[in-house]
Structure formats: structure tokens, C-alpha cells
Design a protein around this ligand. Structure first.
Ligand code: GLN
Length: 545
């Protein structure tokens, strides 16, 4: 089958859940046996979100091939079986970068390089190349219709429908239908305006997803259909639901997948949604609470830890318990002490992070968890903190630190390796404190060998795993002896033996730190083994209290 394209745009305001809507559409189409893929087109000028502040952009999601991408790619992977790459996320910056590179090379043969056709052609090529050999490609356009920034993307998708033929492209527009309490009714005007805006640039939506608090009545749907020039059965209620994993089932009840396959003229089997139904039944019955503290820096913006929050929730699904998250500001821990924040929790997690702010609060949290036998899970920077804590408290290495925080520490237990063999590039890589900020991270999936009789091996039940990385600093092998003598177990190592990937302690119910980010590979249908085991240990801890 030739690839069919679904273009998802958003109107009225941001944060309506375009990413989740796109992911849910993918889940429904996959349940019908179709091979799908996704692409997110982001209108900002950064070449990728890697250098953006998590406060502004939310989480940077890392793919197997080491691309630093938009967090919506995390939704796409969690809701379906796809594994995405660099090609599944383009930004305006990346498109322009490529056009300007070609221009400098002389590829345009002296012609004037313009938004139309050069930028729009570049966008169209990125979409068509990525879609390679899939049945349906779901393309989500970031931003809100009416923004200046997204115009070239919208123009490109407008052209694509004529290029591909009307049976091969579908426009889905997500809008808001607010309920106005004082009037006691829902209002369709914002949707009408948003669709008008879209039509003014030549795009007539085929299907409207209307985000609302209540199910829309047939009268309201008819009114929206009339004013927006769509068919009545193409007006879909996108009602607020309890759990984000209910969205695919809700859309299915509204007839969305039927509408899509009919309009795109695709023959498929009936959707098999048993696993989604079972998942939602499990989620509805999660009652036993397990309280986990996340001690970090970006706690005021939950979007910064999107995959982490989901992975913890998946750990709860695996153990039939309801994970409650306490976001603890590590700078506050420095002021008030760890006990103040952690005495009531069942597990402590220190997530990834950068820079020196709040680091001592994280180390104090590790110490509290270690001494009070509270399950501890350290991810990336959280593993660094665990190694530093152990070095200081047990190995007598007073002042031990990571050179990221203290370049002149007497005991650089975590440091920047100047030279190392990189599995991904298959060559010797070099790094130093001055190398370009963007280019020096260890990014993407790397192999890790697991040592038997460890928490890591027990969790994965595998000898070798691949996990995704995003960091610069590493465990310093010079300190292997003093640390392992004091109980640190190196349970996951790179195949060449040079890089420490997992550390743990055994005089403790569950204490593990990993250099990679396991949260990126957790899915609701297959919770990540380390999250499953961390939550299991935390549940046990809560039952002992
Ligand atoms: N700042 C640390 C490093 O660069 C850890 C990064 C992270 O937690 N993702 O190595």
C-alpha cells in the first residue's frame, strides 16, 4: 500500500493535547494491523531541543539513534510499538539549516532561494522520506494555527494534499469547545474562528477533534459541522478523561478510527483493542498508594520529567499500586534537611540533571535513603550522586565530587573521560571541558552487560541490554577499588569494560543507580524492569511501615 498521510494541527490555544491525540490515532490504526509512523514538525529555530532549557521546553526525549527530540515523540513510542529516530522530528531551524547548507554549496545554481518553493520543498521531502514503507504516517504540526512561525509547515502540508491526491491525505484539527459556566452552555465560536483561520491558508479540515469537558450533543456537533464545513460524523468529542491511556478507547467510541480509514480509503481488519481495555481496567483499580519522592531541580514544571512520571506510573501498573509523586526541590533539601521531606515516602528517586545548583540536597537525599533503608533509584545524575555519597560517607574520600560541579575536587569519582571508544560511532572520541556544548554528549542506545546475582540482572533477566544515554560525565574507574571494597557493586558495564552503566548496594532493600535513562523505554503495556522493581521494593517498604 502507498503511504497515506494524516496531518494533525491545533487551534485556539496550546496544550490541548495534540501529541496525545496523535499518539492515540496511531494506537488505533496499529490495532487495525496497519504499519504506522509519526513525525513532529516544530516551528522554532533551534536545530533540535537539545540545547533548550527544560523550564521552557519540557523534557528532551532521546531516541535509540541518539536524537534529542520533542517530548511528543515519547507519547508516540509509549502508545504504539514504533521506535523513532532523528527523521521523526524536524524543526524550522533544521529545515533552514539544510536549505542554507545547500545554498552555500551552490545546489540552487544561482537561483533566488525562497520560502516557497525551497523551504516548503525541503519540508515536503522530510515528510515523504520519513514515511518510507509505512501504511500511514501521522504528522503533527507544533504550535497553534494563526502563529506566524508555523506558516511554512502549513503551506507544505497544504501542497501535499494536492501532490498526493485527496484519498491519501487527511487533515485533522484539534480545537477547544469551552463550557462557559455562567451561561451554562458550550461555545463553538473559538472552533469556528480557528477553522476559518485554517481555511484562509487553504486547508479545509476533514475531521475536528473537539476538546471539551462534556460529551458534545448531536445538536452542537451539527452546529460545528455546519459552520466549519465538515460532515457531522467527522466532529469528534475529545472529552477530558481520568487517565491519558483512556484516550484511544474514547476516540474509538466516537468513531474516529472508522472515519479515518473510510476517508483514506483503507481496508483493514477490525481494531483489536483488548490490550487497551485490559490496561484501562487495571488503571481504574489502582488503589494501594505508594509515595515516591523525586528530588530534582525542575520540579515546578512536571513536563520536564514527562517520561519519568509515566515510567513510574507504569511501575505502579506492574505492581497494581497507585504511584503518588512528591516533587521535592533539592535546594529546599539543603535548607531543611532530607528527613523533613523524605520521612513519609516509600521510595526516593534522583533523576537526571545538570549543573551544581541543588547538588548537595540530592546527595543528602541519597544518604537519607541509604541510611534509612528506603528504596533508592538514581538516574544518570542520580547515579553520580549515589557514587559521590558513598565515596564521601563510606570510603572516606572527603570532598569527593563530580568534576561537573567541582573541577578541582581531590577525588573526582565522576569525571569527563578525555578519550574513550564510542560504541555508536565505533571510533575513539575525545572530550574536554571546552568542547562544544552540543556535540560532546554520549547520546542514544548503548549496550550494557549485566552481572549475575545483582538487582540489575534479576530485574532484566538478560545478559545484555541496550539503554538510552544523554550525559557527558562518567564513573571514574580509578576509584573502582576503594568504592567496591566499601560495598558498591558495579552490576552493569559496557562490553569493553571501560564504562560503568549500573551501580548498586546489597546491604539495603533496593539501591540502584544507572548511567542511562530507562524511562525513555518504558511503555504502559510493558513497564520497564527497573521501574517495576523499584516500585515493587517501595511497595514492600510501605507495607513494613
Ligand atoms: N550532568 C550529568 C552529565 O552530563 C548528568 C546528565 C543527566 O543526568 N542526563 O553527565
Amino acid at each position: 500500500m502507498k503511504t497515506k498521510f494524516i496531518f494533525v494541527t491545533g487551534g485556539v490555544l496550546s496544550s490541548l493535547g495534540k501529541g496525545l491525540a496523535s499518539a492515540s490515532i496511531g494506537a488505533l490504526l496499529e490495532s487495525r494491523g496497519l504499519k504506522i509512523t509519526f513525525q513532529k514538525l516544530d516551528p522554532y529555530i533551534n536545530v533540535d531541543p537539545g540545547t533548550m532549557n527544560p523550564f521552557q521546553h519540557g523534557e528532551v526525549y532521546v531516541t535509540d539513534d541518539g536524537a534529542e527530540t520533542d517530548l511528543d515523540l515519547g507519547h508516540y513510542e509509549r502508545y504504539t510499538s514504533v521506535n523513532l529516530t532523528q527523521d521523526n522530528n524536524f524543526t524550522t531551524g533544521r529545515i533552514y539549516h539544510s536549505v542554507i547548507t545547500k545554498e552555500r554549496r551552490g545546489d540552487y545554481l544561482g537561483g533566488t532561494v525562497q520560502v516557497i518553493p525551497h523551504i516548503t520543498d525541503e519540508i515536503k521531502n522530510s515528510i515523504l522520506l520519513m514515511a518510507n514503507e509505512t501504511d500511514v504516517a501521522i504528522i503533527e504540526i507544533g504550535g497553534t494555527v494563526g502563529d506566524i512561525e508555523s506558516l511554512p509547515f502549513l503551506e507544505a502540508i497544504r501542497q501535499l494534499k494536492s501532490d498526493l491526491g485527496k484519498d491519501n491525505a487527511l487533515y485533522i484539527h484539534l480545537t477547544l469547545v469551552p463550557h462557559i459556566r455562567t451561561a451554562g452552555e458550550v461555545k463553538t465560536k473559538p472552533t469556528q474562528h480557528s477553522v476559518k483561520e485554517l481555511r484562509s491558508i487553504g486547508i479545509q479540515p476533514d475531521i475536528l477533534l473537539c476538546r471539551t469537558e462534556q460529551t458534545l450533543s448531536p445538536e452542537i456537533k451539527a452546529k460545528i459541522a455546519l459552520f466549519c464545513n465538515v460532515e457531522k460524523n467527522a466532529v469528534i468529542t475529545a472529552k477530558d478523561v481520568e487517565s491519558i491511556y483512556e484516550v484511544p478507547l474514547f476516540f474509538h467510541q466516537e468513531g474516529l478510527d472508522d472515519q479515518i480509514v473510510e476517508r483514506l480509503n483503507i481496508w483493514t481488519r477490525a481494531p483489536r483493542l483488548e490490550n487497551w481495555i485490559a490496561l484501562n481496567n487495571t488503571i481504574k483499580n489502582l488503589t494501594v498508594p505508594v509515595r515516591i519522592a523525586i528530588v530534582g531541580k525542575y520540579i515546578h514544571l512536571k513536563e520536564s520529567y514527562k517520561s519519568l512520571n509515566e515510567a513510574l506510573f507504569h511501575g505502579g501498573i506492574a505492581n497494581h499500586c497507585k504511584v503518588i509523586l512528591d516533587f521535592v526541590d533539592s535546594e529546599e533539601v539543603e535548607k531543611e534537611g532530607a528527613e523533613h521531606f523524605l520521612s513519609e515516602v516509600d521510595g526516593v528517586l534522583v533523576p537526571g540533571g545538570f549543573g551544581s545548583r541543588g547538588v548537595e540536597g540530592k546527595i543528602a537525599s541519597v544518604r537519607y535513603a541509604r541510611e534509612n533503608l528506603v528504596p533508592y533509584f538514581g538516574i544518570c545524575y542520580g547515579m553520580h550522586m549515589a557514587v559521590i555519597e558513598l565515596a564521601r560517607s563510606k570510603a572516606g574520600l572527603v570532598g569527593a565530587n563530580t568534576t561537573e560541579v567541582s573541577p578541582n575536587t581531590p577525588y573526582p569519582v565522576i569525571y569527563l573521560m578525555s578519550e574513550w571508544f564510542d560504541y555508536r560511532s565505533q571510533k575513539i572520541e575525545h572530550r574536554d571541558q571546552d568542547t562544544d556544548l552540543g556535540g560532546t554528549m554520549r547520546l542514544g542506545a548503548y549496550p550494557c552487560r549485566l552481572v549475575t546475582n545483582t538487582l540489575a540482572y534479576e530485574s532484566y533477566q538478560q545478559e545484555e541490554v541496550f539503554e538510552r544515554h544523554r550525559h557527558r560525565y562518567e564513573f571514574n574507574m580509578e576509584y573502582k577499588k576503594p568504592l567496591t571494597e566499601k560495598g558498591l557493586i558495579l552490576s552493569g558495564i559496557s562490553p569493553d569494560g571501560s564504562l560503568v552503566e549500573i551501580v548498586e548496594l546489597h546491604d539495603h532493600p533496593w539501591f540502584l543507580g544507572c548511567q542511562f535513562h530507562p524511562e525513555f523505554k518504558s511503555r504502559p503495556m510493558s513497564p520497564h524492569p527497573l521501574f517495576r522493581e523499584f516500585i515493587r521494593a517501595s511497595l514492600e517498604h510501605s507495607q513494613k511501615k
